[in-house]
Design a binder for this molecule. Structure first.
Ligand SMILES: N[C@@H](CCC(=O)N[C@@H](CS)C(=O)NCC(=O)O)C(=O)O
Length: 207
């Protein structure tokens, strides 16, 4: 199994999950926003054949390719059921887990990515710096909703570490880097989970 990724990107969540899972894999670094002629550029035809959008992460396992980070997380979790990355208690616990996964992607991460797109990812002529304040406003709204969705437990779901904890911790790490207002309890959440041995091993791989 090969994971294509880049430092400081959504690929870190997959790398971390792979380290939690104990599965064997190879990590292949890719360069974003680099000329197509560079062999490890995400715009190089070799990589575009893996991921048509030239984005990371991508996971290749045999004949199958996945190019969405949450699909990759789900795949890793299902291949390594003992890792507990997806809760297996009952349908309602799983449904609450899925709800939080969707929330992180659809609500919490979106203002961060909007800011990223308008800071560096979009072509310069498409960037609108005025939207930074809108992103800040939307992030604060998402935090307010998250306060209601999450309890005060150490882990998000069923008192056990799962892929939602990876998603939350990585998203708050991203929010801190992009200078959003992150409440202290979510800074603590990030620090607590980034202290896990698997997160540290994943971090060592990209440093
Ligand atoms: N929905 C995709 C988003 C992937 C994505 O947009 N990745 C970013 C890095 S975090 C990327 O590769 N951007 C390309 C670029 O900025 O040029 C996922 O969750 O995997």
């Amino acid at each position: 199994m090969k994971l294509y990724g880049m430092q400081q990107s959504r690929s870190f969540r997959c790398l971390w999950a792979l380290e939690e899972s104990g599965l064997e894999y190879e990590y292949v670094p890719v360069k974003l926003r680099t000329e197509a002629a560079v062999p490890d550029s995400a715009q190089n035809p070799n990589y575009l054949a893996v991921n048509v959008q030239g984005k990371v992460p991508s996971l290749v396992d045999g004949d199958m390719t996945l190019t969405e980070s949450v699909a990759i997380l789900n795949y890793i979790a299902r291949k390594a059921p003992d890792s507990g990355l997806i809760p297996s208690e009952d349908d309602q616990v799983l449904a609450k887990h899925d709800e939080l996964v969707s929330f992180v992607l659809a609500e919490l991460e979106q203002p961060l990515w909007s800011k990223g797109k308008h800071m560096f990812a979009l072509p310069e002529e498409q960037r609108i710096p005025q939207m930074f304040d809108t992103a800040k406003f939307e992030f604060a709204k998402a935090i307010n909703a998250l306060d209601h969705l999450l309890g005060d437990d150490e882990f998000a779901i069923a008192n056990k570490f799962s892929m939602v904890d990876i998603l939350l911790a990585q998203t708050f790490n991203w929010a801190i880097r992009f200078e959003f207002d992150v409440p202290q309890k979510y800074v603590d959440l990030r620090n607590r989970h980034y202290d896990r041995p698997a997160a540290k091993r994943a971090m060592d791989l990209i440093s």
